[in-house]
Write a protein that binds this ligand. Structure first.
Ligand code: PHE
Length: 337
């Protein structure tokens, strides 16, 4: 019994020095576990003569109380330490987070920045902004735009078709058709949005953005001169007053006459460089006087008008010197303007 008591005292002293949770648990099992020192001591008490029993039992009970209070104290001390070190290592340093977000703050995507610049110009001239869906039918994407089924111009646009002859719009022109179907002239509208063609390389992407505009009025007053005037103002709004425009005769099924518009190269100021392949000019948009067959398709009579269309990515690339179209869609934060 004496030996057991001194073992218990030793263990309680050891307990006072314990610093970690595993050792604390080992000692607890050793002292007060099922087969621990107290169990042994109580078993022994049973075998003592009744005169001694009471005295020894109260001694052991005192030791047990001492053990329990030291054990509880140690337990909460160790738990507090664990919590503290956890809090230290898992702490969210909000000042660090601020530094991070300040150096990597989001900015507007160049395509949307350019889109907004385009919209600003035309809405300031009373053009309304129209919208349309990505999925179109053959009539609105091709047929009504003077491209019947056999028309070779359909080859110019590799189209994503669905099984039921629906398709992903290859340009934003179907929005012009739908606007004419639902509105009477006069019309002054632009539309912007994603368009889809089966293309993928340095300057082509299967999804890209266009902006198109349409102006229609009763009578035959609208001519190429009106178109030139508005596009001249537009190009200067985007690239500055010192660029000049060149209209090159071209072909689109939905306009006649048609032209492609070049702008003097803003990198070499027209002198000739790698970007403009030495020509001094860069192509930026297509335009023309609306073909009478387009008006026929939407039931318009005795009207005249012009239309123009451009790729927003292309304008953004020229404006901010971005040389790979694909970088617009690779979420690389270095492509910022
Ligand atoms: N829709 C034409 C295209 O995607 C662009 C355009 C619009 C050209 C209007 C002329 C007039 O190629």
């Amino acid at each position: 019994m004496q030996e057991l008591k001194s073992q218990i005292k030793d263990s309680i002293n050891k307990l006072k020095e314990v610093e970690n949770a595993e050792l604390l648990e080992t000692l607890r099992v050793e002292i007060s576990g099922k087969k621990g020192l107290f169990t042994k001591a109580y078993a022994k008490i049973g075998k003592l003569e009744s005169a001694l029993k009471k005295e020894v039992a109260s001694e052991i009970n005192e030791l047990k109380k001492e053990f329990e209070s030291i054990f509880e104290g140690k337990k909460s001390e160790i738990e507090a330490k664990i919590l503290e070190s956890k809090l230290k290592s898992e702490r969210l340093d909000s000042s660090l987070f601020n530094a991070f977000s300040a150096s990597r703050a989001g900015s507007i995507h160049p395509v949307y920045l350019m889109r907004d610049m385009i919209i600003d110009y035309f809405t300031s001239l009373n053009f309304s902004l129209q919208d349309g869906g990505f999925v179109e039918d053959d009539f609105h994407n091709f047929e009504a735009l003077n491209m019947p089924k056999s028309h070779p111009a359909r080859d110019m646009q590799d189209t994503f078709y669905f099984a039921d002859s629906m398709l992903l719009r290859t340009h934003t022109s179907p929005i012009q058709i739908r606007t004419m179907e639902t509105h009477k002239p006069p019309i002054r509208m632009i539309c912007t949005g994603a368009t889809f063609r089966r293309d993928y390389d340095l300057t082509h992407s299967p999804m890209f953005h266009q902006c198109e505009g349409l102006l229609v009025e009763s009578g035959d007053n609208i001519s190429f001169a009106n178109l030139k005037a508005i596009l001249d103002g537009f190009v200067k709004h985007i690239f500055g007053d010192d660029v000049s425009l060149r209209f090159r005769s071209s072909f689109f099924p939905f306009t006649e006459p048609s032209a492609e518009v070049d702008v003097s190269c803003m990198f070499c100021k027209g002198g000739g460089c790698r970007v403009c392949s030495g020509t001094g000019f860069l192509e930026i948009l297509g335009c023309g006087v609306v073909d009478s067959n387009v008006f026929k398709a939407v039931g318009y009579e005795d009207v005249s008008g012009y239309a123009f269309g451009m790729g927003i990515e292309r304008l953004a690339m020229l404006k901010w010197g971005i040389n790979d179209l694909r970088s617009f869609y690779e979420t690389d934060l270095r492509t910022r303007v």
